[in-house]
Design a protein around this ligand. Structure first.
Ligand SMILES: [Zn+2]
Length: 259
């Protein structure tokens, strides 16, 4: 039983008890429904929440001035090599949470990232936006297939870190994470590079908020074809320079966690 299962069991028991004691009413059904909705909303809206799934969203205090830049939804031939090049020009290694389907479509990009010392993480196989509404078996399949795609390209290695699509956590993921001993990694700082049009605004947002231990979310691809990541690409040199001026040292997520 995961913590999410215990919460579910407690919730069902409390709801049943209320209904038995007081009869079904707007109160005895409405309050539990609101509590359940709040829990789901917490797993959706707070990437650092620990309630349903143990989740890593920042480095340990002993990480000093280290931070981690993470890039989701690639690899994408249009953006990933250019983003990696910017990082490498600054002597920085990032963490790329790849979608399994994209890994199989562009294995050379994945090998290139690994050869340059970047970390590769699993971001599910298909990045299905309905993943959170599926049962545990479907969740496990998505996680495993994403991982198999990565390891088929990289060769056998340790189990990659896992970042859930859109950062969403639910009881299914809690069970899969426990079963596979999966480390679930979200972020403490969203660059908002997927919404912003102005690279300077993205860089400013990151640089004004970034603190030691932060895990920063950026994007080098998309689950939808044809996405434009030019804002991320243009913001990146400013971010790297700003971090350097603030004496914040970007490392991979695994390095940050091993600090
Ligand atoms: Zn994603």
């Amino acid at each position: 039983m995961t913590r999410a299962d215990w919460i579910g069991l407690g919730w069902a028991g409390a709801t049943g008890g209320l209904v038995l004691a007081l009869g079904p009413s707007a109160l005895t059904l409405g309050v539990p429904a609101a509590a359940a909705a709040l829990l789901v909303a917490d797993g959706v809206a707070r990437p650092a929440s620990q309630v349903l799934v143990p989740t890593i969203s920042r480095g340990p205090a002993r990480a000093g001035r280290r931070v981690a830049l993470t890039f989701d939804d690639g690899p994408d031939p249009r953006w990933t090599p250019a983003i990696a090049e910017r990082l490498e020009a600054a002597g920085v290694r990032g963490t790329f949470f790849c979608i399994g389907e994209h890994v199989l479509a562009h294995p050379a990009l994945v090998r290139g990232l690994a050869a340059a010392g970047h970390e590769l993480g699993n971001h599910s196989f298909s990045h299905a936006r309905t993943l959170n509404f599926r049962l545990t078996a479907a969740m496990e399949r998505e996680v495993r297939r994403g991982e198999t795609a990565l390891l088929s390209v990289l060769g056998e290695g340790p189990r990659p870190l896992y970042r859930p699509p859109i950062g969403l956590r639910n009881p299914s993921l809690a069970r899969v994470a426990r079963r596979l001993d999966l480390r679930v990694v979200n972020w403490s700082l969203h660059s908002r590079d997927t919404f912003a049009r102005d690279p300077a605004a993205v860089a400013d947002r990151v640089l004004t908020r970034c603190a030691p231990g932060d895990i920063v979310l950026l994007h080098d691809g998309s689950d939808r074809p044809g996405a434009d990541r030019s804002v991320t690409l243009a913001a990146l040199p400013r971010i790297l320079e700003g971090l350097r001026q603030r004496q914040l040292e970007p490392v991979t997520v695994s390095e940050l966690l091993a600090s």
